[in-house]
Design a protein around this ligand. Sequence first.
Ligand code: SF4
Length: 243
Amino acid sequence: MTCVLDPGIRVSEIFGPTIQGEGMLIGLPTVFVRTGGCDYRCSWCDSLHAVDNRFRHEWKTMSTDAIWQEVNLLSGGRPVMVSLSGGNPAIQPLGALIERGHREGYRFALETQGSVARDWFAELDVLVLSPKPPSSEMTTDWTAFEACVEAARDKPQIVLKLVVFDETDYGYAKDAAARYPQLPVYLQPGNHTPPRPYGEEVDMDGIMKRMEWLIETVTCDRWFDARVLPQLHVLLWGNKRGV
Ligand code: SF4
Protein backbone atom coordinates (compact mmCIF):
# COMPACT_ATOMS: atom_id res chain seq x y z
CA MET A 1 0.00 0.00 0.00
CA THR A 2 1.34 3.46 -0.86
CA CYS A 3 0.75 6.17 1.69
CA VAL A 4 0.46 9.72 0.37
CA LEU A 5 1.26 12.17 3.13
CA ASP A 6 -1.04 15.16 3.47
CA PRO A 7 1.38 18.10 3.54
CA GLY A 8 -1.11 20.26 5.46
CA ILE A 9 -2.63 23.58 4.48
CA ARG A 10 -1.90 26.80 6.34
CA VAL A 11 -5.24 28.33 7.25
CA SER A 12 -5.93 31.79 8.62
CA GLU A 13 -9.70 31.39 8.99
CA ILE A 14 -12.72 29.42 7.77
CA PHE A 15 -16.07 31.16 7.96
CA GLY A 16 -19.52 31.44 6.44
CA PRO A 17 -21.80 30.89 4.83
CA THR A 18 -22.06 34.56 4.02
CA ILE A 19 -22.36 36.32 0.69
CA GLN A 20 -19.42 36.80 -1.62
CA GLY A 21 -18.86 40.54 -1.42
CA GLU A 22 -17.07 41.28 -4.67
CA GLY A 23 -16.41 40.42 -8.28
CA MET A 24 -18.20 37.99 -10.53
CA LEU A 25 -19.82 35.97 -7.72
CA ILE A 26 -21.06 38.97 -5.72
CA GLY A 27 -24.12 38.14 -3.63
CA LEU A 28 -23.69 34.37 -3.86
CA PRO A 29 -23.80 32.44 -0.54
CA THR A 30 -20.27 31.20 0.06
CA VAL A 31 -18.09 29.50 2.66
CA PHE A 32 -14.61 31.05 2.83
CA VAL A 33 -11.37 29.20 3.41
CA ARG A 34 -8.73 31.89 3.88
CA THR A 35 -5.20 30.56 3.77
CA GLY A 36 -2.27 32.13 5.63
CA GLY A 37 0.79 33.63 3.94
CA CYS A 38 1.42 35.65 0.80
CA ASP A 39 4.37 36.19 -1.52
CA TYR A 40 3.25 39.84 -1.97
CA ARG A 41 2.96 42.68 0.48
CA CYS A 42 0.62 45.23 -1.10
CA SER A 43 0.70 48.69 0.45
CA TRP A 44 -3.08 48.67 0.93
CA CYS A 45 -3.65 44.97 1.68
CA ASP A 46 -7.02 44.55 3.42
CA SER A 47 -6.25 40.99 4.56
CA LEU A 48 -3.13 41.60 6.62
CA HIS A 49 -4.27 39.08 9.20
CA ALA A 50 -3.66 36.44 6.51
CA VAL A 51 -0.39 37.96 5.30
CA ASP A 52 1.58 39.55 8.10
CA ASN A 53 3.78 37.37 10.31
CA ARG A 54 2.41 39.24 13.34
CA PHE A 55 -0.71 37.11 12.89
CA ARG A 56 1.11 33.83 12.33
CA HIS A 57 0.17 32.58 15.78
CA GLU A 58 -3.49 32.66 14.63
CA TRP A 59 -2.83 30.42 11.61
CA LYS A 60 -3.25 26.66 11.81
CA THR A 61 -1.80 23.95 9.64
CA MET A 62 -4.78 21.74 8.86
CA SER A 63 -5.23 18.52 6.92
CA THR A 64 -7.55 18.41 3.90
CA ASP A 65 -9.89 16.25 5.99
CA ALA A 66 -10.04 18.70 8.88
CA ILE A 67 -10.76 21.63 6.56
CA TRP A 68 -13.39 19.62 4.76
CA GLN A 69 -15.13 18.72 8.00
CA GLU A 70 -15.29 22.38 8.99
CA VAL A 71 -16.63 23.50 5.60
CA ASN A 72 -19.22 20.72 5.73
CA LEU A 73 -20.28 21.70 9.22
CA LEU A 74 -20.69 25.36 8.22
CA SER A 75 -22.72 24.52 5.12
CA GLY A 76 -24.88 22.02 6.99
CA GLY A 77 -23.76 19.40 4.46
CA ARG A 78 -25.45 21.26 1.59
CA PRO A 79 -23.22 21.96 -1.41
CA VAL A 80 -22.26 25.62 -1.56
CA MET A 81 -19.66 27.75 -3.33
CA VAL A 82 -16.34 27.61 -1.47
CA SER A 83 -14.03 30.60 -1.92
CA LEU A 84 -10.33 29.89 -1.53
CA SER A 85 -8.72 33.19 -0.64
CA GLY A 86 -5.79 34.50 1.35
CA GLY A 87 -3.08 35.66 1.50
CA ASN A 88 -2.21 33.89 -1.69
CA PRO A 89 -4.03 30.53 -1.69
CA ALA A 90 -1.94 29.43 -4.70
CA ILE A 91 1.04 28.81 -2.40
CA GLN A 92 -0.93 26.13 -0.51
CA PRO A 93 -1.59 22.54 -1.69
CA LEU A 94 -5.34 22.79 -2.35
CA GLY A 95 -5.82 20.22 -5.11
CA ALA A 96 -7.03 17.41 -2.82
CA LEU A 97 -9.53 19.72 -1.10
CA ILE A 98 -11.06 20.72 -4.44
CA GLU A 99 -11.27 17.08 -5.52
CA ARG A 100 -12.91 16.12 -2.24
CA GLY A 101 -15.49 18.90 -2.43
CA HIS A 102 -16.35 18.21 -6.05
CA ARG A 103 -17.19 14.62 -5.17
CA GLU A 104 -19.89 16.02 -2.90
CA GLY A 105 -21.21 18.62 -5.31
CA TYR A 106 -19.47 21.73 -3.94
CA ARG A 107 -17.98 24.35 -6.27
CA PHE A 108 -14.72 26.21 -5.82
CA ALA A 109 -13.56 29.72 -6.69
CA LEU A 110 -10.00 30.84 -6.02
CA GLU A 111 -8.63 34.36 -6.04
CA THR A 112 -4.95 35.03 -6.55
CA GLN A 113 -2.72 37.81 -7.84
CA GLY A 114 -1.36 35.43 -10.48
CA SER A 115 2.22 35.07 -9.24
CA VAL A 116 2.26 31.26 -8.72
CA ALA A 117 0.73 28.77 -11.17
CA ARG A 118 -0.63 25.39 -10.05
CA ASP A 119 -1.76 22.39 -12.09
CA TRP A 120 -4.88 22.14 -9.97
CA PHE A 121 -6.12 25.54 -11.20
CA ALA A 122 -7.68 23.46 -14.00
CA GLU A 123 -9.91 21.74 -11.41
CA LEU A 124 -11.46 24.98 -10.17
CA ASP A 125 -14.89 26.23 -11.19
CA VAL A 126 -13.87 29.89 -11.13
CA LEU A 127 -10.37 31.39 -11.17
CA VAL A 128 -10.24 35.06 -10.25
CA LEU A 129 -6.94 36.60 -11.33
CA SER A 130 -6.34 39.88 -9.60
CA PRO A 131 -3.04 41.43 -10.71
CA LYS A 132 -2.02 44.26 -8.42
CA PRO A 133 -1.82 47.82 -9.83
CA PRO A 134 1.02 50.34 -9.21
CA SER A 135 -0.62 51.76 -6.05
CA SER A 136 0.05 48.38 -4.38
CA GLU A 137 3.81 49.02 -4.80
CA MET A 138 4.14 45.51 -6.25
CA THR A 139 5.38 44.69 -9.76
CA THR A 140 3.46 42.23 -11.92
CA ASP A 141 5.45 39.41 -13.45
CA TRP A 142 3.38 38.91 -16.62
CA THR A 143 5.22 35.69 -17.47
CA ALA A 144 4.13 34.16 -14.14
CA PHE A 145 0.65 35.56 -14.72
CA GLU A 146 0.44 33.95 -18.15
CA ALA A 147 1.54 30.64 -16.58
CA CYS A 148 -1.54 30.87 -14.29
CA VAL A 149 -3.85 31.39 -17.27
CA GLU A 150 -2.23 28.45 -19.05
CA ALA A 151 -2.43 26.21 -15.96
CA ALA A 152 -6.21 26.69 -15.93
CA ARG A 153 -6.34 25.20 -19.46
CA ASP A 154 -9.64 26.93 -20.23
CA LYS A 155 -11.46 24.68 -17.76
CA PRO A 156 -12.66 27.05 -15.03
CA GLN A 157 -14.27 30.36 -15.84
CA ILE A 158 -11.39 32.86 -15.56
CA VAL A 159 -12.03 36.51 -14.77
CA LEU A 160 -9.84 39.54 -14.18
CA LYS A 161 -10.47 41.62 -11.08
CA LEU A 162 -8.65 44.91 -10.74
CA VAL A 163 -8.50 47.31 -7.85
CA VAL A 164 -8.30 50.95 -8.95
CA PHE A 165 -7.27 53.85 -6.75
CA ASP A 166 -6.26 56.46 -9.34
CA GLU A 167 -5.51 57.28 -12.98
CA THR A 168 -2.28 55.27 -12.95
CA ASP A 169 -4.10 52.18 -11.67
CA TYR A 170 -6.78 52.75 -14.29
CA GLY A 171 -4.14 52.76 -17.05
CA TYR A 172 -2.73 49.52 -15.62
CA ALA A 173 -6.22 47.96 -15.61
CA LYS A 174 -6.71 48.87 -19.26
CA ASP A 175 -3.34 47.37 -20.14
CA ALA A 176 -4.15 44.14 -18.24
CA ALA A 177 -7.53 43.89 -20.00
CA ALA A 178 -5.88 44.48 -23.39
CA ARG A 179 -3.48 41.59 -22.71
CA TYR A 180 -6.43 39.27 -22.06
CA PRO A 181 -9.32 40.48 -24.25
CA GLN A 182 -11.06 37.12 -23.83
CA LEU A 183 -11.48 37.54 -20.04
CA PRO A 184 -14.37 39.40 -18.37
CA VAL A 185 -13.13 42.40 -16.34
CA TYR A 186 -14.33 43.51 -12.93
CA LEU A 187 -13.12 46.85 -11.56
CA GLN A 188 -13.31 47.74 -7.90
CA PRO A 189 -12.55 51.06 -6.20
CA GLY A 190 -9.68 50.72 -3.73
CA ASN A 191 -10.13 50.58 0.02
CA HIS A 192 -7.24 52.02 2.03
CA THR A 193 -8.39 50.93 5.45
CA PRO A 194 -6.41 48.11 7.05
CA PRO A 195 -8.42 45.28 8.64
CA ARG A 196 -9.56 45.30 12.20
CA PRO A 197 -8.40 44.97 14.95
CA TYR A 198 -5.50 47.16 13.75
CA GLY A 199 -7.46 49.26 11.27
CA GLU A 200 -9.34 52.45 11.85
CA GLU A 201 -12.91 53.02 10.77
CA VAL A 202 -13.45 52.44 7.08
CA ASP A 203 -13.05 55.53 4.92
CA MET A 204 -16.51 55.11 3.40
CA ASP A 205 -16.51 58.63 1.91
CA GLY A 206 -13.26 57.95 0.11
CA ILE A 207 -14.54 54.62 -1.23
CA MET A 208 -17.80 56.12 -2.52
CA LYS A 209 -16.00 59.06 -4.16
CA ARG A 210 -13.59 56.63 -5.85
CA MET A 211 -16.56 54.50 -6.97
CA GLU A 212 -18.27 57.52 -8.57
CA TRP A 213 -15.03 58.63 -10.21
CA LEU A 214 -14.44 55.10 -11.55
CA ILE A 215 -17.95 54.82 -13.01
CA GLU A 216 -17.53 58.22 -14.66
CA THR A 217 -14.09 57.34 -16.02
CA VAL A 218 -15.21 53.98 -17.45
CA THR A 219 -18.31 55.42 -19.10
CA CYS A 220 -16.55 58.52 -20.53
CA ASP A 221 -13.86 56.20 -21.82
CA ARG A 222 -16.53 54.04 -23.50
CA TRP A 223 -15.06 50.95 -21.82
CA PHE A 224 -18.33 49.11 -22.07
CA ASP A 225 -17.00 45.63 -21.33
CA ALA A 226 -15.82 46.51 -17.84
CA ARG A 227 -18.08 45.98 -14.83
CA VAL A 228 -17.62 48.35 -11.90
CA LEU A 229 -18.55 46.95 -8.49
CA PRO A 230 -17.99 48.01 -4.88
CA GLN A 231 -17.00 45.57 -2.14
CA LEU A 232 -20.48 44.86 -0.83
CA HIS A 233 -19.22 43.38 2.45
CA VAL A 234 -17.24 46.57 3.16
CA LEU A 235 -20.34 48.72 2.59
CA LEU A 236 -22.30 46.47 4.96
CA TRP A 237 -19.78 45.54 7.62
CA GLY A 238 -16.64 47.65 7.11
CA ASN A 239 -13.45 45.62 7.36
CA LYS A 240 -14.78 43.34 10.06
CA ARG A 241 -13.34 39.85 9.85
CA GLY A 242 -15.35 36.65 9.36
CA VAL A 243 -18.33 38.12 7.46
FE1 SF4 B 1 -2.78 41.25 0.46
FE2 SF4 B 1 -3.64 40.12 -1.80
FE3 SF4 B 1 -1.57 41.80 -1.85
FE4 SF4 B 1 -1.29 39.36 -0.75
S1 SF4 B 1 -1.72 39.87 -2.92
S2 SF4 B 1 -0.56 41.30 0.10
S3 SF4 B 1 -3.33 39.12 0.18
S4 SF4 B 1 -3.69 42.32 -1.31
